[in-house]
Design a protein around this ligand. Structure first.
Ligand SMILES: Nc1ncnc2c1ncn2[C@@H]1O[C@H](COP(=O)(O)OP(=O)(O)OP(=O)(O)O)[C@@H](O)[C@H]1O
Ligand SMILES: [Mg+2]
Length: 259
């Protein structure tokens, strides 16, 4: 479809291992399966999204780093119809780079400006801790989702991350829409999954997105083979959950999809 200004969706959690990368990669491929053009920007120096979509950790992340310093955003083609701005070790220098600039939090928004005219959606994968890069991602974003999985620390992280999102919205990016939390690793017969849902409902103003993403070993198989789930096991439960979530989000964000 012809692009308007891309919706920029950041996957954000102030904790490791909760599903940020899984959400970024699976939503990018599921939204693409709906007919939307997509770019994934991997801000995490661990470069897991990059490896998942390119099959390797070959990029140094230097081009993405330089784009935060006024250079051109790298936009590389993947084998899966979507594009990637790849990360790598050099991106571990991005925190001090942004801190050294008086308005470091706007660097990513500026770097993405051109790409926003070229894609329907831009997904941003973020590192697990709160720092300048995550703030810059929230400033560049139009929408944010907060992955959570059934454990207490992950729940604590949702509350903290929500507070961060709300303060960035209040002070730096009034247009930011907090879409809500994506529940991963959900198992309806497990007490802990039901308990998580009850506790999430108690968090004031937090939207719990549906469908939940069920526990599925297919995610680990797919990242082990470094092939997105949409291509590795398209009919797996986890992938079907993500396709339905992508459909729901595309409607929420008023994105036109080709039938
Ligand atoms: N629904 C699910 N069922 C089973 N495993 C899952 C599910 N969702 C995610 N996982 C697994 O959980 C692990 C952590 O996920 P992921 O790498 O996306 O987290 P992350 O928040 O990006 O971590 P980090 O902070 O280290 O970047 C991965 O091995 C992933 O395959
Ligand atoms: Mg990750």
């Amino acid at each position: 479809m012809t692009t308007q200004d891309a919706k920029v969706i950041v996957c954000c959690a102030e904790k490791g291992g909760v599903g940020k990368t899984t959400c970024a990669v699976s939503l990018a491929t599921s939204l693409h399966a709906l007919g939307l053009s997509g770019l994934l920007v991997d801000l995490d120096p661990q470069a897991n999204s990059t490896a998942w979509l390119t099959g390797e950790y070959a990029d140094t992340g230097a081009r993405l780093y330089e784009s935060l310093d006024g250079g051109q955003l790298p936009v590389d083609k993947t084998n899966y119809g979507i594009y990637i701005a790849p990360s790598g070790r050099r991106m571990s220098g991005a925190e001090p780079l942004l801190q050294s600039k008086p308005m470091g939090f706007v660097c990513l928004r500026q770097a993405l400006q051109e790409a926003r005219g070229e894609f329907d959606v831009i997904l941003i994968d973020t590192p697990p801790s709160l720092g300048q890069l995550v703030v810059a991602a929230l400033v560049a974003a139009t929408h944010v989702i907060l992955p959570v999985r059934p454990d207490g620390f992950s729940l604590d992280a949702v509350e903290k991350t929500l507070t961060t999102c709300r303060s960035v919205k209040a002070q730096l990016n009034p247009q930011l829409e907090i879409l809500g939390t994506v529940v991963l690793d959900y198992h309806k017969s497990q007490v802990i999954s039901r308990h998580l849902l009850a506790l999430l409902e108690d968090i004031e103003g937090l939207n719990v997105l549906e469908p939940y993403i069920q526990t599925d070993i297919a995610f680990r198989n797919a990242n082990m083979h470094r092939i997105p789930l949409e291509f590795h096991e398209p009919t797996s439960r986890g992938n079907l959950n993500f396709r339905a979530l992508a459909k729901h989000l595309s409607e929420t964000m008023a994105l036109e999809v080709t039938p």
